[in-house]
Ligand binder design. Structure first.
Ligand code: CTP
Length: 400
């Protein structure tokens, strides 16, 4: 399920210009159901006020180790003990150096020395400071402690220099936290996911397609990457950006999707066909735009390759093949028939007549159908959360 929901997390904020981004980070974490305990360095309070972060996190902010009121209320060891994850964003060169040396001379460094949960460090600083051998060495020491490091992004920095050092956007930090906390249950597995619609052109200016946005497929690819699979995403036209670490192959038509998938599939452990592939394409694609006249236009359509059926024919015993079924009637009968005809191990059946399910929605409600005839209805949840439930089931089939 949603890996961040209900977690207690320490957010360390250091004194750098990027400290302002911690406000948005808290907002995003709270939205994901995380309880955020903010711990600031004194320097950080020059960049953003504890009051702002206290209001956003709905908890007192820890700054002063010798604040008697605060120590009776929370206590720094209790903060460390209660944490199920700790993230420092932004992490300055100074705090990184102190953590590497085991120095505990303020609230944040003391808590960090006592924390036993997974830790994510998000460095942000001037490029020269980031590239300095002392910082490189200190980060290597932190890696050696088992801490995850989210590399800073390149770009124009507050000091007007160009280079690495910029704190990644809060959404990227949240994704890094999801990865930190997700068990690597697909490590060593090669996974192929298809996503989005296809466009079938009948002239350079017109094509037929369907309302698929790619959200379900991109969510499945992101979850597989969090579980540390090697992920190939074959995507039809979609406005979405794949999660970090995924190899994305962008295609337009069913024929292109078929070629991309066919060349990759043989070496894959698991293939998930969540793309909404067009079943028909115009038999003739005009090289120039068709000019209109007073008559009606008749276009003849021909079949596109059924990619999933082809995968089913070539499937090896060790490969797990997952299909989707989009139905508007007789959901179970039609989806079960597709599972058999296309030789799938599991099929995810969507009822397109339901308002909160199917194309382009943020939520989905599906039934999972297994090769042995079992049918498992899943609750209506976000596509991100559903992706985790589906991978739990796909992994169970792969193990059986
Ligand atoms: N699919 C495919 N190639 C196609 C059409 C569909 O690989 N040309 C895959 C889809 O990615 C999905 C599964 O087949 O995993 C079922 O797709 P769906 O559109 O529900 O069914 P169809 O096989 O196209 O049958 P129908 O349109 O008659 O329901």
């Amino acid at each position: 399920m949603a890996i961040l929901r209900g977690k207690i997390m320490v957010l360390g904020v250091c004194g750098g210009i990027a400290a302002y981004k911690s406000a948005e980070l808290i907002r995003l974490l709270i939205k994901q159901g995380v309880s955020v305990q903010v711990v600031m360095t004194v320097n950080a309070t020059h960049f953003i006020t504890p009051l702002t972060l206290q209001v956003l996190s709905d908890r007192p902010v820890c700054v002063d180790l010798f604040d008697r009121g605060m120590e009776t209320e929370i206590g720094h060891i209790q903060v460390a003990r209660g944490a199920q994850a700790a993230v420092i964003a932004p992490a300055t060169a100074n705090v990184i150096a102190k953590l590497a040396a085991g120095i505990a001379d303020d609230y944040l460094t003391t808590v960090m020395l006592a924390v036993t949960s997974p830790v994510l460090i998000c460095p942000a600083m001037n490029s020269a400071m980031y590239m300095h051998p002392a910082t490189r060495r200190n980060l290597d020491i932190l890696r050696g402690f088992g801490h995850a490091i989210l590399e800073p992004e390149c770009g124009e920095l507050a000091c007007k220099e160009q280079g690495p050092g910029r704190l990644p956007e809060p959404a990227t930090i949240v994704e890094a936290l999801r990865r930190l906390l997700t068990a690597p249950s697909l490590a060593g597995k090669k996974v192929l996911v298809s996503a989005g619609p296809t466009w079938e052109a009948f002239d350079p200016a017109r094509f037929i397609t369907n309302p698929s946005s790619g959200k379900m497929g991109y969510a499945l690819a992101a979850e597989a990457a969090r579980r540390q699979a090697e992920v190939e995403l074959v995507s039809g036209p979609s406005a979405l950006t794949p999660a970090p670490g995924i190899t994305c192959h962008r295609v337009t038509s069913a024929a292109e999707m078929n070629a991309a998938i066919t060349s990759l599939a043989a070496t894959m452990d698991i293939v998930v066909m969540s793309a909404a592939v067009s079943d028909y394409r115009p038999a003739v694609a005009a090289p120039r735009k068709l000019k209109k006249d007073d008559r009606d236009l008749t276009v003849r359509f021909e079949r596109t390759p059924d990619i999933l059926a082809g995968l089913g024919q070539r499937k090896t015993a060790r490969q797990v093949l997952v299909g989707f079924a989009a139905e508007t009637e007789n959901l179970l009968t039609n989806a079960t028939e597709k599972l058999r005809r296309k030789n799938c191990d599991l099929i995810v059946a969507n009822d397109l007549t339901e308002a909160d399910a199917g194309f382009a929605t943020d939520t989905n409600r599906v039934k999972v159908i297994y090769a042995d005839g079992r049918v498992e209805p899943l609750p209506c949840i976000s596509k991100t959360d559903l992706a985790a439930l589906l991978w739990d089931r796909i992994e169970a089939v792969a193990r059986s």
